[in-house]
Design a protein around this ligand. Structure first.
Ligand code: ADP
Ligand code: MG
Length: 687
């Protein structure tokens, strides 16, 4: 967050920061506006006192009275017990853990205000661990509800409350939006924030909880508007950028590649290739997403686009998120392009030393026309002489920062065209909002001759039967993947599990070659195992999820996924896509361990029900929500804090309508609004 960091560095408080202040920084509470936008998760009512005699059990109330008695008792364990008397009745205050200071605070004769849940105890009515405050008689009550903020262990609620209250006074909350662009009936931003931090006690709490209160609506609208404006700005900025026009040339590499392919393109592939070629001819940078189900044949479309770029005398870079995936691309491209006399350069993290230096030099001189690799392609020392086209596979798995970096790689001061590929389609709501600035091409048809994969779900106890099935497949000359569970917390456990399964299968399948593939293996070893499996010398491949994408072995007909309940839907679909690549009927076995949660059941059922990646993505979104989708984790910030794309569709529509006019008529205000809401995140959202 460069913007926020800059502000922090400029702040006058250069001296060592206190613990709570550091904790605030960690929560992203840097600017006054950040604190003003840090909203309570709930409220406490300290605006009234309840007579002890009138309080009901189970109610959370505030009472005030005189401490009559306070002592440490041992029944059965050590505890502090005090009696509070307010003239109407008595109340026992009980503390199972307490500090000496608390004991002092509750000295008999002291007037205290206590707040807590009233319970009916064995010794009369009581509060356990109430909040206590010594007060003078007649101390005024709060006139607004007391906010309770989301916080961390290092940041006491009281400290945060004060910080928010004073930031709320300082924050520049002047009205930026002309009344016409705000939906009618909503308060100003200042009113909305003051209200939400300190609501009057007579508010209907339900409208605060479900966020239907006009003050909430105002905030959500502002946020959605900021996001829409930043999308429009991105569109305008991109329209002003220049990219090299890459025209298709007759008799060139593109034509020769098409003629040399061992298969006919599907109609869908022809259509999307055409859409991409049209974009490439323009002098504005392409910003296109190519989406298509697993196995739909995106790589060849990417290769054709690369050929167009090379025909026009420009370089092309293809990046994939993992080394295995990058290598799959590399091998395909070599297979297609080398016979046509085109060398493909290879650049990954594991390529070091002289080989790397030489490769980097060839990229910088422009000699390497096509570079394939992992994120190593965008490392600092890599500069392209003339980067005309950048292709990013499985784009959602790349950090946004990496994508931004890729765009800045060309030495000639022109933007490269950008083609992103994904097997996970973007749901409509997201396409309309976050990706409004993205053109989408969809391959909606699989190459002919594929047999749909049959998916079966088994309890883990049926493992023996599954192994028998593996034996049958191997005997028929087919090949099998066994995917080991994902243990998020521990790569070590992942590995242990895979090693153990590998040993078991080796024992159970004498006479067959069983290989092991996991993330910790050196790249060369991985490549060797993959080559054996791809070449058919190995019948069974036990793997952690490193094979998730990109592996292409048409003879593989059975995929077993252990602990399938631990995987996300899209991931299961990606994995399943590794089989059914040839004409043989293929099966995917999902093993689960009981008990299965309801979501777990829903997930596995979705896999059995459909082979359609788009349908699966839709269900995945239902189950997980859109956050994950966007790789929000990589950018380090949630995308929408207040609004919800599904629930607030009406507000979203209003923001979409208001944004263009505001940007056109009052660009400075629009910019100030985006800055207020998104700060340094704006650039991320445009990538
Ligand atoms: P994905 O879209 O999942 O990246 P790939 O590009 O890896 O799919 O393609 C999957 C397989 O299908 C590859 O072996 C590829 O060569 C093959 N393929 C692609 N297009 C066609 C086609 N039109 N006809 C037959 N096979 C094709
Ligand atoms: Mg692919």
């Amino acid at each position: 967050m460069p913007e926020a960091a800059a502000i922090a560095a400029e702040s006058p408080a250069r001296k060592e920061k206190s613990g709570p202040q550091k904790a605030m920084d960690k929560l992203g509470l840097l600017r006054d506006i950040d604190l003003a936008l840090h909203l309570p998760m709930r409220y406490e009512d300290e605006t009234r006192l309840t007579r002890i005699a009138d309080a009901h059990e189970g109610q959370t109330v505030q009472c005030e009275g005189i401490v009559r008695d306070c002592r440490v008792e041992f029944r059965p364990r050590r505890q502090l017990v005090a009696r509070l008397d307010d003239g109407s009745d008595e109340l026992v205050l009980r503390f199972l853990n307490f500090y000496p200071s608390q004991q002092k605070q509750l000295a008999p004769g002291t007037r205290v205000r206590v707040r807590g849940e009233l319970r009916g105890g064995f010794f009369g009515r009581e509060m356990v661990h109430p909040v206590c405050k010594p007060v003078a008689e007649g101390t005024p009550l709060a006139d607004a509800l007391t906010p309770v903020y989301p916080t961390s262990a290092q940041l006491p609620q009281a400290y945060l409350r004060k910080a928010v209250a004073s930031a709320l006074q300082r924050a520049p909350l002047d009205e930026l939006l002309p009344p016409a662009s705000v939906p009618p009936g909503l308060p100003s931003l200042r009113e909305a924030l003051h209200f939400l931090h300190h609501p009057r006690p007579d508010v209907a709490l339900a409208t605060l909880q479900d966020q239907t209160h006009p003050a909430w609506q105002r905030l959500k609208f502002e946020e959605l508007l900021a996001q829409q404006l930043s999308q429009l700005q991105a569109q305008q900025e991109r329209a002003a950028l220049r990219a090299p026009p890459l025209a298709t040339m007759s008799g060139g590499l593109h034509e020769r590649l098409l003629a040399a392919l061992p298969f006919q393109l599907t109609a869908a592939q022809r259509r999307v290739a055409e859409e991409i070629a049209t974009d490439l001819q323009r002098d504005r940078p392409m910003h296109r997403l190519l989406q298509g189900d697993v196995g739909a044949g995106k790589t060849v479309v990417a290769a054709l686009a690369a050929a167009v770029a090379m025909d026009a005398g420009w370089q092309c870079a293809l990046m994939a998120p993992t080394e295995i995936l990058a290598e799959q691309h590399f091998r395909k491209l070599v297979q297609w392009l080398e016979p046509l006399g085109i060398g493909v350069a290879w650049l990954t993290g594991s390529r070091k030393g002289k080989a790397r230096t030489q490769m980097v030099a060839r990229v910088a001189s422009g000699e390497a026309a096509l570079v394939v690799g992992t994120h190593a392609v965008i490392q600092d020392d890599v500069q392209f002489a003339r980067l005309g086209l950048a292709i990013v596979d499985e784009q959602h798995r790349f950090g946004v920062a990496q994508r931004l970096q890729l765009k800045r790689k060309s030495l000639v001061g022109m933007e490269p065209h950008l083609l992103m590929m994904s097997a996970t389609p973007i749901p409509r709501t997201l396409a309309m909002t976050y990706f409004a600035d993205l053109d989408v091409s969809t391959i909606d048809e699989l190459p002919p001759g594929r047999t749909p994969v049959l998916t079966k779900v088994f309890a883990d106890s049926k493992r023996e039967q599954v192994i028998a099935r593996i034996r049958d497949e191997a005997a028929k000359g087919r090949q099998v993947y066994w995917v080991c569970p994902l243990i998020e917390e521990s790569e070590t456990l992942d590995l242990q599990n895979a090693t153990e399964t590998h040993r078991l299968l080796c024992e159970a399948l004498p006479g067959h070659s069983v290989g092991l593939l996991h993330g910790r293996m050196p790249a060369a070893e991985k490549a060797a195992v993959m080559a054996q499996f791809a070449g058919g010398q190995m019948q069974v491949l036990v793997a952690t999820t490193v094979i998730e994408v990109g592996v292409d072995v048409p003879n593989a007909s059975l995929m077993v996924i252990e602990h399938a309940e631990r995987f996300g839907l899209s991931q299961l679909h990606q994995l399943r896509g590794r089989v059914g690549r040839g004409a043989v009927a293929s099966v995917c076995v999902l093993l689960y361990t009981s008990p299965l949660s309801d979501t777990g059941k829903a997930r596995l059922k979705a896999m059995v029900d459909t082979n359609d990646g788009f349908e699966i993505a839709r269900r995945d979104l239902d189950i997980r929500g859109p956050g994950e989708f966007m790789g929000a984790r990589q950018s380090g910030a949630p995308l929408l804090r207040f609004a919800d794309l599904n629930e607030d569709a009406a507000l979203l529509e209003q923001a979409r309508r208001a944004a263009p006019a505001l940007l056109q008529r009052q660009p400075a205000l629009a910019q100030a609004h985006v800055q207020r809401w998104l700060g340094g995140r704006a650039e991320y959202l445009k990538a």
